[in-house]
Design a protein around this ligand. Structure first.
Ligand SMILES: Cc1ncc(C[n+]2csc(CCOP(=O)(O)OP(=O)(O)O)c2C)c(N)n1
Ligand SMILES: [Mg+2]
Length: 419
């Protein structure tokens, strides 16, 4: 097979076959003079979600866009592929995905410079999923995810300084420097981590959904897992209970098509993850498109509140290797990676919408990019200069009330020899 043929067959497997001229397919149905949209109409983003990580300057005149890729569904009717958005929302999506991308690239550099130690799993390529989810949900809805969690923290209102300081094990990190890469956490906006054990967060998410149902608070729980984790038994146990009790749970399979170095076709009898809940309805969305994700999750939330659990499969791709010890190019070709980058990149897609649909100038976009890169650079400097946690912190978070002891019976004087 020629390399061009191999690339095209790889892309077809990766769901790009129907994305013909994906970037060019967005259709403006009603755009009232988009070129005026950068007026002072609004500097705040009107969304169901809470405060934004980025500020916006464009207007909020509604734009209607036709998604290039339809939704596939299992046991439910698909949502419309006509999405309503605004210039400010597209600006927000662009800026947030760009900031996340730059943060992950900074983490790569910090890891290679040995400032970050231990495990580190990057999210670049997958940013549109978390950005689209947060556009459709509120922070009263709960979210729990795997170890690939840096951008989830930003989506839940955390900032780049807290993430990078955590990665460096520093005191101002979001988990006080105790956790590192896999253990972001933000209870105040219902983000329950960052979990290092593959699949372990999925039953936790079902439990969070139980909590919402019990409190009758009209919220859902999002529980995220990968295509590799999707084959685990505990996923099906959690789904069974969620379905049995009609829990408002959205099971989200982030299908980046690999579990470490294993391609999905080598590990899954059926890679149609949105159908794998059997009796649980499912929907497959384009996880590289913020607008597709937003619309898909607005649908999923409404569905889950009314009917009980639903599976959302987000078709996506990770650009980096599985973790920093994986170059990411031994089990997939460089052409496959660059093909996805060229045809489906979530940041480029929003940049193109800004230019083609909203009428934003490339110079304006470059100026925004410069500001966002500076924000990341400043966060890196902040984290490098930040203090380590105090030694006494080693003894915290063992018992709720501390019990007045400093260590868990490790001193010889504490050993009670029987017999
Ligand atoms: C129970 C358990 N088994 C194995 C591992 C090692 N491991 C870490 S990530 C991973 C692959 C998971 O792939 P996937 O679910 O597709 O998520 P992705 O990394 O692609 O986001 C494995 C096997 C682990 N952390 N926990
Ligand atoms: Mg995977």
């Amino acid at each position: 097979m020629s390399s061009a043929m191999a690339l095209s067959s790889s892309l077809m497997r990766l769901g790009a076959s129907r994305l013909s001229s994906m970037m060019g397919l967005a259709r403006v149905a009603s755009s009232s003079s988009m070129s005026n949209s950068s007026s002072s109409m609004s500097s705040s983003f009107s969304s169901s979600s809470a405060a934004s990580l980025v500020t916006t300057s464009l207007g909020d005149a509604p734009i209607t866009i036709e998604l290039p890729r339809p939704y596939d569904t299992h046991l439910c009717e698909p949502p419309s592929t006509t999405v309503t958005t605004t210039p400010a929302e597209i600006e927000k999506f662009f800026k947030t995905t760009y900031l996340m991308r730059r943060m992950e690239i900074a983490c790569d550099v910090l890891y290679k410079g040995k400032f970050i130690r231990g495990f580190c799993h990057l999210y670049d390529g997958q940013e549109a999923i978390i950005v689209g989810i947060e556009a459709a949900l509120t922070w009263n809805d709960s979210i729990v995810t795997s170890y690939r969690d840096h951008c989830t923290h930003l989506g839940r209102g955390g900032n780049v300084k807290e993430v990078i300081a955590e990665l460096l094990g520093k005191a101002p990190g979001c988990s006080k420097g105790n956790g590192g890469s896999m253990h972001m956490y933000r209870k105040e906006t219902n983000f329950y981590g960052g979990n290092g054990i593959v699949g372990a967060q999925v039953p936790l998410g079902a439990g969070l959904a139980f909590g919402h149902k019990y409190r009758n608070d009209n919220c859902v729980a999002i529980t995220m897992y990968g295509d590799g984790a999707a084959n685990q038994g505990q996923i099906f146990e959690a789904m069974n209970m969620a379905a049995l009790w009609d829990l408002p749970c959205i099971f989200v399979c982030e299908n980046n098509h690999y579990g470490m170095g294993t391609a999905e076709w080598r590990s899954a009898k059926s890679p149609e993850y949105y159908k794998r809940g059997d009796y649980i309805p499912g929907i497959k969305i384009d996880g590289m498109d913020c607008l597709s994700v937003k619309q898909g999750f607005a649908f999923a939330k409404e569905f889950a509140l009314k009917n009980g659990p639903i599976i959302v499969e987000a078709d996506t791709y990770r650009y980096h290797g599985h973790s920093m010890s994986d170059p990411g190019s031994t089990y997939r070709t460089r052409d496959e990676i660059s093909g996805v980058r060229q045809e489906r990149d979530p940041v480029d897609r929003m940049r193109k919408l800004l230019i083609d649909v909203v009428g934003t100038s490339p110079d304006q976009i470059k100026a925004w990019e410069k500001e966002l890169r500076k924000e990341v650079d400043d966060a890196v400097e902040f984290a490098k200069n930040a203090p380590l946690p105090p030694d006494a912190q080693l003894y915290e978070n063992i018992y709720v009330d501390g019990k007045g002891i400093e260590a868990r019976g490790v001193e010889i004087s504490n050993v009670n020899v029987l017999g």
